[in-house]
Design a protein around this ligand. Sequence first.
Ligand SMILES: NC(=O)c1ccc[n+]([C@@H]2O[C@H](COP(=O)([O-])OP(=O)(O)OC[C@H]3O[C@@H](n4cnc5c(N)ncnc54)[C@H](O)[C@@H]3O)[C@@H](O)[C@H]2O)c1
Length: 438
Amino acid sequence: MTREVKSVAVLGGGTMGLGIAAASADAGAEVLLLDVTMAAAEASLDRMKNIRPPAFENPASADRISLGSFDADLAEIKNYDWICEAIVEDVTVKRELFAKLEPFRKDGSVVSTNTSGIPLKDIAGGMPERLRKDLVVTHFFNPVKIMRLMELIPSADTTSDVTVALADFCGNKLGKGVVYAKDTVNFIGNRIGCFFMLSGLHKAQEALQNGMTMEQIDTVLGKPVGLPPTGLYGLIDLIGLDIMDLVGKNLHANLPEADVGRAFTSFPKPEQAMLERGQLGRKAKGGFYRLNIAEDGTKTKEIFDLSNETWRTAERISLDEIHANTETVFFADDKVGKLAWDIMGGTLLYAADLVPEISDDVVNIDRAMRWGFGWAKGPFELLDQLSPAKVISKLEAEGQSLPAMLQTLKDAGVDSFYRNGGTEYLTLQGTWETVPAE
Ligand SMILES: NC(=O)c1ccc[n+]([C@@H]2O[C@H](COP(=O)([O-])OP(=O)(O)OC[C@H]3O[C@@H](n4cnc5c(N)ncnc54)[C@H](O)[C@@H]3O)[C@@H](O)[C@H]2O)c1
């Protein structure tokens, strides 16, 4: 069967639902937006128009959105091709809604959940066969209008025409970068990105004990290692310690027993204390950083110094050439090199061990990290820049075992994960395949 999405019913008009509804309307689709009450749906449309930047590319797209409530209007979904669920992250509440909507939707429609990390099998398990075949995860990133990444995750029961139809609509009509992931905890982007953050909080303690400041840590874990300037602490401030706490709990419940990320699912003591007193990040007007505005209007960026747990003025850091340069910082024989190798290098090695668990190939992992987390290069592209042979030698000298993809590369007797100007990639079997168009 070939399916085509021309109309979208979005269920839940919160942060994600309003973004998906507005993007779909901008793409010319007829949109139905349902929420717990008609008033909630109206408030959602209002937010689409008034948030900054607006959720719409074209304000006239709002005319393509019809509104309703779950109780009064669920039957209306029969007129829509894609039923996109974006309600609260609660497996019981999501399952109740899916059970309720299933009798109303038309044959041939496709269904998705925008869960951030609940395994699809937990949402789909025990549901009618038609729903299990038509259901995938469409994991958009916030804000939908700006973030390019959309992870598409089928279950073992999903038929391929469903994935094809949603990849076509989200890729070609919404302009998203579609990445194919497996039904494993936190999918690709958040699995690797959260490992960086949670392992980073633990491993940075050693750097702090070695006399590095938090500003130095954030500076090194920014541009020099190919990450956005928020580094480690700045990135967690953006996301919020409360969200990171939930992520940690989800990882604790769902990571495989032998996963190295298991060691980092709860916070170190100072960060746990911050969480408990509500020092959560930007949304709480202070986390690791805060902006202090004096009575005369002077603004000072302050940092919560973990070494003595007090606020002080944040310092600007400049790095010498060795530490500012990607090719050299990971191998620098000092505390800065150790930090880059332990935290970012550790994240690259973690990613290199997750094929085929979270993705069948290196390309989808690289794209997820570039499009969802703003990495300059994905983990395998970055390993190529560092020289896999050099990384392997360092690991062997340290007596560490090689992660799966580095072992594959070594066994295949090749020296990179990409070749021919990035047009071919190394498979898990050690063969070369053409990189699909972005
Ligand atoms: N916010 C993000 O950064 C982000 C990113 C990716 C995925 N997600 C996921 O997207 C989904 C929606 O998240 P969000 O950030 O838009 O949340 P939100 O809190 O902004 O919106 C939640 C929506 O669910 C509705 N709702 C609340 N209680 C409900 C109930 N009992 N039954 C039915 N609907 C109910 C609300 O009215 C609202 O429309 C979640 O699964 C979340 O994990 C969020």
